[in-house]
Design a protein around this ligand. Structure first.
Ligand code: NAG
Ligand code: NAG
Ligand code: NAG
Ligand code: NAG
Length: 312
């Protein structure tokens, strides 16, 4: 028969040895684990977070050192060691008032650049062990709402060739620009796209589309900016500025004004001639009446009266 005391003693011993082995073998690793995702996403010009959390196995752990750097780089982006913080502009702990008892050692990039894209290395040393991880940050940048313009820009006459521009900047890869008329017809085939790389690894797109013999019955054109994966990132519409109808009616007024210009002297001269003729007739009648003063005829009076009323 076995002694139950003996069994418990052996198992205790066993346990003690086992425990000691763990401590000896992995004194630095088993009691603390640094957990991060393998990839984080950031957007150009915005804040990005690379999240890493210290997961201790035991309670009440104190952090001694944290270092954040780019994989392969010599300089640290952010360093904390024994109550001393050594930051680099643009990089800090994501936790606003981080302290050595805070297990959230995430890195915050205050203004993400395309150059921040890549692998990071975070190393943590605590009073119960150390661990490190290499998460990566994938930075993307979106195209802005395009701006549109045309040549010529205003007072366009019917049947003029008009070139419309659609420009956008800010994408992190070469994008596409598609063109549509107001009926949704795809006009991209006849457009020309120029993509240029600008500072900080971003791209600018300039597309131009020429409307041959533009007419005022098709004035509205739309351009869409798509990223390299074909996702829409921005769109804008543009209206060709034809000579407006108001200006047209003003021109008509001008025409009627010039009509009255030649009409006025005609009216004046005409009435002068009529007036002269009337006066001539009147005086002729008067002298005739004077010639036959004795011969008073009734119908003469009527004629004179009619003439007088005509000329008045
Ligand atoms: C770590 O801190 C950041 C910034 O405060 C926060 O956004 C994030 O959710 C935290 N992570 C965890 C697991 O608490
Ligand atoms: C778009 O780009 C073209 C070519 O660079 C330029 O001529 C045009 O003025 C630009 N238009 C706008 C609205 O920025
Ligand atoms: C518009 O035309 C372009 C060029 O022909 C083509 O690549 C694109 O898929 C078309 N888009 C749509 C929405 O039809
Ligand atoms: C042009 O057409 C688009 C789409 O049909 C419409 O959303 C937009 O308001 C129009 N723009 C103008 C200036 O008429």
């Amino acid at each position: 028969m076995r002694n139950p005391k003996m069994t418990s003693a052996t198992s205790l011993l066993f346990f003690a040895i086992h425990f000691a082995c763990i401590r000896a073998e992995n004194s630095s690793e088993k009691f603390v684990k640094l957990e991060c995702k393998t990839e984080y996403h950031g957007v150009y010009g915005q804040q990005s977070i690379v999240e890493c959390i210290v997961k201790p196995v035991v309670e009440d752990v104190t952090i001694i050192t944290v270092t954040w750097k780019r994989v392969g780089a010599a300089a640290n982006l952010l360093e904390y060691h024994k109550d001393k913080m050594i930051p680099t502009p643009g990089f800090k702990f994501a936790e606003p008032s981080w302290n050595k008892k805070n297990m959230n050692v995430s890195l915050l990039l205050t203004n993400t650049k395309m150059a921040d894209n890549g692998e990071y290395e975070c190393e943590v040393e605590t009073d119960v062990g150390t661990d490190k991880a290499t998460p990566s940050l994938s930075v993307t940048a979106k195209y802005k709402t395009p701006t549109m313009s045309s040549i010529p820009d205003t007072n366009i006459q019917e049947n003029t060739d008009v070139t419309i521009f659609c420009n956008s900047t800010g994408g992190h890869q070469k994008g596409l620009i598609w063109w549509f008329d107001e009926f949704g017809t795809n006009c991209t085939e006849s457009a020309e796209l120029v993509a240029k790389e600008t500072d900080d690894g971003l791209f600018s797109l300039a597309s131009n589309f020429t409307v041959l013999k533009a007419t005022s019955s098709y004035t509205n054109y739309t351009c869409k900016v798509l990223n390299v994966n074909g996702a829409l990132e921005g769109k804008a519409s543009f209206e060709i500025q034809f000579v407006s109808r108001n200006l047209g009616s003003k021109a008509d007024n001008l025409d009627s004004v010039s009509n009255t210009k030649w009409l006025a002297p005609v009216v004046v001269i005409g009435s002068l001639i009529i007036g002269l003729l009337a006066a001539l007739l009147f005086f002729k009648k008067r002298s005739a009446q004077r010639g036959h003063q004795t011969d008073t005829r009734h119908d003469d009076d009527v004629e004179a009266k009619g003439l007088n009323s005509d000329s008045s």
